[in-house]
Design a protein around this ligand. Sequence first.
Ligand code: KG4
Ligand code: ZN
Length: 367
Amino acid sequence: MHNKLILGIETSCDETAAAIVADGARILSNAVLSQVPVHQIYGGVVPELASREHLRGIVPLVRQALERAQVTLDDVDAIAATYGPGLVGALLVGLTYAKALALASGKPLISVNHLEGHIHAVLLEARNLGRPEPELPAATLVVSGGHTNLYEVQRQGAGLSYRTLGRTRDDAAGEAFDKVAKLLGLGYPGGPLIDKLAPFGREDAVTFTRTKMKGNPLDFSFSGIKTAVLRYIQTHGMEERIEARQRAMKGIEKPSIEVWRQHCDQETLDLIASFQRAVVNDLVDKTLQAAEDIDAATIFISGGVAANSRLRREFEGRSAEKGIQVFAPSLALCTDNAAMIAAAAYPKLLTREFAGAETPAFAQLPL
Ligand code: KG4
Ligand code: ZN
């Protein structure tokens, strides 16, 4: 039997991505075009600009994915695209292009939930590196700019099943990173920058009280900590320093971390480090609790925030204490990509779970 090749397409937010994955296991190509430079000046993703950039990028990106994998569209067995959750205008670019390719080539179309993609990234990483398959059930944290969800992931037939254990009631963790970075006059996206600046600050300098969750104790809330950072800035008279930093950084193209650090006083670095620790501890505590509740064999973490080095370190230390193994994809598979979409589509190809030409895009799409 020849390898089953899937062309994956992902355009749910600010990354245009296309990839070829064989048998849901081997990444033949994984092309990503980031729109960060386009949205940077606005300090956040502008939906209309995202759609326009996807339109510009999608055709060359798919061509690049095919070329790098040294295959043609004829060799592909199915075309998979993200159909939600995400920005509808952005999703429609990838989904509509996938439909057109499917129609023109006579190949089946598979629609994939973006969150399912992030979860499959964990298995794809192991398979692609020829490592043993992680055991299930897994307590799984999907944590990104748009989502903070805890799931119980089980095997079901050729694929996986998902049960929601907790979710954010307001902001996603990545959103909190980005908003706090913006409040402090740091660049966009804030997550990676906070990650790199935090080691220069003292984590115990500022104490943040964790929001008590009524109802489900595994739910999250990150709007409170964002407000607490704002209040700290105001009560400690940091506004002028923030404005000065914004003015100074405007004139510097692609500043290095060293330059960012030079423009941050110790109080700012301490605030960054303390904020990061508070968010990381909350994420790790609840994921470990979820693992205990469901008697999980493993823990999976995925999504953009799972790229955070402090989070990965904390998970490794704390899970070793508990004797449970944590699986996190490499950075390129943590943040948005299309290889994870092609991998999530593979079980659907095996069970011939195909999507029709009428398949819509959804802003909200629970697993
Ligand atoms: O998964 P992703 O690429 O897109 C969404 O589906 O949202 O995640 C992007 C988010 C952004 O909020 C970004 O700030 C955050 O992930 N992020 C990080 C790090 N790298 C990306 N947050 C903290 N530390 C990082 N190293
Ligand atoms: Zn994502």
